[in-house]
Design a protein around this ligand. Structure first.
Ligand SMILES: Cc1ncc(COP(=O)(O)O)c(C=O)c1O
Length: 476
C-alpha cells in the first residue's frame, strides 16, 4: 500500500453515524439531567435500585460533582459504518501477515503458524476457562498440559518439563536458576557460565542475571566451539555451558558429544538454547547430544504468530537429576487417571508465572504437534535445513566465502580444508540419527504413541558416543 491511511478523526464528517436504530416504540421519558439538577426526589441511597420506582435513569449528573462533568460532548469521529470497516481493514493490511507473504523477521517467525491452531486456542472450553477453576472442572486443560509436557520431553530427550516460562529468555532464566539450585543442593557454589562467542545475547544476559560470571569461548575455523579454548577455560568453578545447536550462524556443532563429555567431566552441566530447534526436530535430540536442560521457544518451533512481541512460551525440559528444582506446580496424573496440579515440590525454584503460563500458546503448540505427528515433525526439521541452505545459496555473499570451509558455508571453490567439493549442498545441518540412537527414551510412557522409536540407556554424559569416534566422523 502506497498511501498513508488518514486518522479516523480526519475521515469524520458532521452528522455521519455508524448505526441507525429504529424509532422507539415506547414513550419518551423526561430529561434525567434536568431532574437531578433540580434536586430530584429519586432515592440514590445504597441498596435502593434506581429505576425500581421510576423509569428515569438520573444519569451522571446525579452522581458526579458538577466540576467533573463535561460541558460539551466529546469530539468523537462521526463516520459511517463503511468508513469504519474500510478504515480498520486498510490498517490491518498495513501489517505484514502470513496471509500476504513470507515472514521476514528473525527465527521467531520463520515458520508456519497454521490457522487451525488459532481455532483450537479459541475453543470456548479453553479460551473461557477461568484460571482459578478447580482441578475437577479443568481436566481437559490439565490433560493438554500434561500431554504437551510429555511430548516436549520426548522431542528434547528430557525427563520432566515445565510449561510456565513466557518466552525463550524466560526459559533460559528458569533453566539457569534450576542449574544453580542443583549445584547449591550438592553444596557447590560454582561461579562461572561458559558462553560461545556465537551465542545469542540472551544467553550471557541470563547467566549474569543468575549471578554467574560469563566466560566467552571462542569459535573454531569451522564455526563450532573451539575445543582448545573450551579446555583452557574449563575448571571446577564452571556451573554450565550454554549452547545453541545449530548455533546462531546456522552451524551444527560437530563436536557436541565431545563438548558434553568435557563439560560433564569438569562437573558442569549443559544448557541447550532451543531457539533454533526447528533444524533438529525429529532428527536429533538435545538430551541425546548430552544436554541436561533445554528450553523450547514454543512460539518459534511449534507455531503461534509472534513477531512484534508476544505472546510466547519457553517450556523448559530437564534430565531426572534436575527435575526436583523445576517451578511448581507441575501437572501430574493420579493413579485413577485424574489430572491435578502438584504444588508439593520442596526443592522447586518456585513459581515463575501467574497461573500456568501463556495457556493459549500451549494449546497452539499441542495442536501443531498432534497435527504433524512424528513423521511430520521430522519433515519440518528436514525442510528447515533445506530452506536455510536454499536461502544461503540465494544470498551468497562473496566476502563471506573465506570465513568458513566449503562444507560449512564457504565458497564451493574454497579448497582450504582439503576436500571442499564444488556444489556441496551447504552448511546448515540439523544433526543426524547418531544423536537419536544413543540417548534416553521412554517408549510407551507418552500420552499415546511415542513420537520416536529407539532406545538406549538414560544417563548423563555424551550420549554414549566416544569422543574419538565423533572426531573421526568430522568432515575434514
Ligand atoms: C538463539 C536464541 N536464544 C534465545 C532467544 C530468546 O527468545 P525469546 O525472544 O522468546 O525470549 C532468541 C530469540 O530470538 C534466540 O534466537
Amino acid at each position: 500500500m502506497n498511501t498513508i491511511e488518514p486518522l479516523i478523526f480526519e475521515l469524520s464528517r458532521p452528522g455521519r453515524r455508524g448505526f441507525s436504530l429504529p424509532a422507539p416504540d415506547v414513550p419518551d421519558v423526561p430529561d434525567a439531567g434536568a431532574g437531578a439538577e433540580a434536586g430530584s426526589a429519586i432515592d440514590h441511597s445504597p441498596g435502593h435500585a434506581v429505576g425500581a420506582d421510576t423509569a428515569v435513569d438520573p444519569g451522571p449528573a446525579a452522581w458526579l460533582p458538577a466540576g467533573r462533568l463535561r460541558a460539551e460532548p466529546p469530539a468523537l469521529p462521526e463516520v459511517a459504518e463503511v468508513d469504519v470497516v474500510r478504515h480498520f481493514t486498510r490498517l490491518s493490511q498495513l501489517n505484514h501477515a502470513v496471509d500476504t507473504g513470507f515472514y521476514p523477521l528473525g527465527s521467531c517467525t520463520m515458520k508456519y503458524s497454521p490457522r487451525v491452531n488459532e481455532d483450537a486456542a479459541r475453543l470456548p472450553g479453553f479460551a473461557g476457562l477461568h484460571p482459578h477453576a478447580p482441578d475437577d472442572l479443568a481436566q481437559g486443560a490439565l490433560q493438554l498440559m500434561w500431554e504437551l509436557a510429555r511430548y516436549l520431553a520426548e522431542i528434547g530427550g528430557m525427563d520432566r518439563v515445565t510449561l510456565q516460562p513466557a518466552a525463550g529468555a524466560h526459559g533460559e532464566l528458569v533453566g539457569m536458576l534450576v542449574i544453580r539450585a542443583y549445584h547449591e543442593q550438592r553444596g557447590e557454589r560454582r561461579g562461572k557460565v561458559l558462553v560461545p562467542d556465537s551465542a545469542h545475547g540472551t544467553n550471557p544476559a541470563t547467566a549474569r542475571m543468575c549471578g554467574f560470571d560469563v566466560v566467552t569461548v571462542r569459535s573454531d575455523d569451522r564455526g563450532g566451539v573451539d575445543l582448545g579454548d573450551l579446555e583452557r577455560v574449563l575448571d571446577g568453578d564452571v556451573a554450565a555451558l550454554m549452547l545453541t545447536n545449530p548455533n546462531t550462524l546456522g552451524l551444527f556443532d560437530e563436536n557436541i558429544h565431545l563438548i558434553a563429555r568435557l563439560v560433564h567431566d569438569a562437573g558442569g552441566l549443559l544448557y541447550y538454547d532451543g531457539a533454533n530447534a526447528n533444524a533438529i526436530l525429529g532428527v536429533s535430540r538435545p538430551g541425546d547430544m548430552g544436554f541436561d536442560v533445554v528450553h523450547f521457544n514454543l512460539h518459534k518451533t511449534f507455531s503461534t504468530p509472534h513477531g512484534g512481541g508476544g505472546p510466547g512460551a519457553g517450556a523448559v525440559g530437564v534430565k531426572p537429576a534436575l527435575a526436583p528444582f523445576l517451578p511448581a506446580p507441575l501437572v501430574e496424573r493420579a493413579p485413577d487417571g485424574r489430572f491435578f496440579l502438584q504444588d508439593n515440590l520442596p526443592l522447586s525454584i518456585g513459581r515463575v508465572h501467574a497461573f500456568h503460563g501463556n495457556f493459549a500458546v500451549l494449546v497452539r503448540a499441542y495442536t501443531y504437534i498432534r497435527m504433524l505427528g512424528p513423521e511430520g515433525l521430522r519433515r519440518v526439521g528436514e525442510n528447515a535445513v533445506l530452506n536455510a541452505n536454499y536461502l544461503l545459496r540465494r544470498l551468497w555473499l562473496p566476502p563471506a566465502d573465506d570465513l568458513l570451509p566449503a562444507d560449512r558455508g564457504g565458497s564451493p571453490d574454497d579448497r582450504a580444508d582439503g576436500d571442499g567439493e564444488q556444489g556441496d549442498p551447504g552448511p546448515v545441518r540439523g544433526g543426524d540419527d547418531r544423536d537419536r540412537r544413543a540417548g534416553p527414551h521412554r517408549a510407551g510412557e507418552g500420552p499415546g504413541r511415542p513420537l520416536y522409536d529407539g532406545g538406549g540407556a538414560p544417563g548423563r554424559g555424551a550420549g554414549g558416543a566416544a569422543p574419538g569416534a565423533v572426531l573421526a566422523r568430522r568432515r575434514r
